[in-house]
Design a protein around this ligand. Structure first.
Ligand code: ADP
Length: 465
């Protein structure tokens, strides 16, 4: 089995992965099994460019991390990654803030990081690059002479050709993606968007749904829907901490049901639309007065990007107006928590909730949807209300699928979820649980690595750079 080299924006702490999400655990397991390297940004910014990375050997895995300059942080991370690629790939052209200096920094940082990791690569390694921060990484490594097989997995959506073409660098981005040997997306829609782009712009040759020829090379393209470790999450959810249990039993005494939403505070998550739908539900169903509460947990994220300040202000305004209109001295319909919550608490809160709202305007996969399903009590499960624009909706068809732009219908779907009979809840939950168990973290890792690791992996013919 070849060694594995993972490059991702951040590296997880290998000694503490049980506290991280399933993805970090899964990747850490794969690394421990094969041995190898995990490289990423250490989260630090410095005044001057560090020449070397920090290297730490943990068992058979070498963890390598590096800082970046304040300028690179602003132009590459805040700039190109999170003010250009993130909104562009989430279909939000209105929020794209393109600057040539951002694009320069994107190439510069990828080239610099490639230079830092290159000395640690071995000829037979499999290199797996993650996400939009590092699209040009294969190109940068190939320029340094790397001939290993390289795979790329995009955790976020891939936009339709016309949207992508609004970026001045669209051709560069796509050609960089074609520098990999295996290209992984979350959904069928993403793979179709990518193939359509190639056809519309006459780049390479689409041989079949999984195969592209480009400059004499063959590239495998597929969807590899990411999942969670279902058993681990379910186990965590069943250990309900005392404060959560007390809160839930108080609500039960009052006959009050809980709706829950858990998201980073990101404009892609459709939070204002969700809040409005909850307000509409209360307005249209006065019988729900004091019968239901909506708990939204949305910790801050990327606060250096302007658009995130705007969404925060919008949500605070909506929270105030909904509670101002409907609250009573003994009922606060909407509780909004703007800080991170430990995973164990989140899992337990999912379990004691009756409805989970996962209603992004666009999302690569959305693991929260899968976590909500895994956390439920199998004998009395809650109902998932899921946006048609979450990657997860491609498979989780037994959820109540909604259009997040359609406030009235979303309000009705929440009402339906709140009043769904047990038999229907059991049938839907059973089917959803089977789906997330089939497409869990292990299946995702195995499928991607199987395509990356083919006979004779290692040096193959490369186009001259
Ligand atoms: P994204 O990657 O865009 O944030 P996902 O739904 O795919 O969206 O993954 C989010 C992950 O972050 C999930 O594992 C979820 O449990 C975790 N998470 C979300 N909100 C919080 C929070 N308030 N506190 C702690 N973890 C959170």
């Amino acid at each position: 089995m070849s060694r594995l080299v993972i490059l991702s924006n951040r590296v997880a702490d290998l000694r503490k992965t049980s506290q991280s999400g399933g993805l970090a655990v899964g990747l850490a397991d794969a690394l421990r099994q094969r041995g190898g390297v995990w490289f990423g940004w250490d989260g630090e910014t410095l005044r001057t460019q560090p020449r070397e990375a920090t290297v730490e050997q943990i068992g058979n895995v070498r963890m390598i991390s590096a800082a970046m300059t304040v300028e690179d942080y602003m132009d590459y991370y805040v700039g190109y990654a999170n003010s250009v690629l993130w909104p562009l790939f989430h279909y939000r052209l209105d929020l794209v803030d393109f600057k040539a200096s951002y694009f320069d920094a994107y190439q510069r940082v990828n080239a610099h990081f490639a230079g830092l990791v290159a000395p640690y690569l071995e000829e037979k390694d499999l290199i797996w690059v993650h996400d939009y921060h590092f699209i040009p990484m294969a190109n940068a490594l190939r320029r340094l002479g790397s001939r290993q097989r390289m795979g790329f997995f995009l955790h976020i959506p891939f936009p339709p050709p016309d949207l992508l073409a609004a970026s001045p660098n669209h051709r560069f981005l796509v050609e960089c993606l074609l520098d990999y040997d295996v290209l992984g997306f979350q959904t069928t829609t993403d793979t179709i968007n990518f193939r359509h782009y190639l056809e519309e712009w006459g780049i390479g040759e689409v041989v079949d749904d999984r195969t592209i020829r480009f400059n004499g090379r063959t590239i495998t393209l597929d969807r590899y829907p990411i999942g969670i470790d279902v058993d681990a999450f379910s186990q965590m959810a069943s250990e309900v901490p005392e404060d959560v249990r007390i809160d839930a039993s108080r609500r039960a005494q009052l006959g009050r049901r809980q709706i829950i939403g858990v998201d980073r505070l990101d404009y892609s998550k459709g939070l204002p639309d969700r809040f409005q739908a909850f307000g509409r539900l209360l307005a249209q169903h006065p019988e729900l007065e004091k019968q239901v509460t909506f708990l939204q947990i949305a910790p801050p994220t990327r606060e250096d990007v302007n658009a995130y300040g705007d969404i925060r202000a919008e949500l605070e305004g909506l929270t105030g107006s909904i509670n101002g209109r409907f609250s009573d001295f003994n009922w606060t319909p909407l509780r909004y928590i703007h800080r991170p919550v430990p995973r164990e608490t989140l899992a337990a809160l999912f379990r004691v909730s009756h409805v989970g709202l996962v209603t992004p305007l666009r999302d690569g996969m959305n693991l929260v949807a899968k976590e909500f399903i895994a956390a439920q009590d199998e004998e009395d499960p809650g109902v998932l209300v899921l946006s048609q624009f979450a990657g997860a909706a491609e498979d989780l068809e037994e959820a109540l699928i909604v259009n997040p732009y359609d406030t009235d219908t979303m309000a009705e779907a929440i009402h339906r979820a709140l009043t769904m009979p047990l038999t229907e809840r059991l049938a839907r939950h059973g089917a959803l649980l089977a789906r997330i168990a089939q497409q869990d973290t292990h299946a995702w890792l195995a499928a991607f690595l199987a395509d990356l690791e083919v006979e004779g992996a290692g040096a193959g013919p490369r186009r001259p750079q």
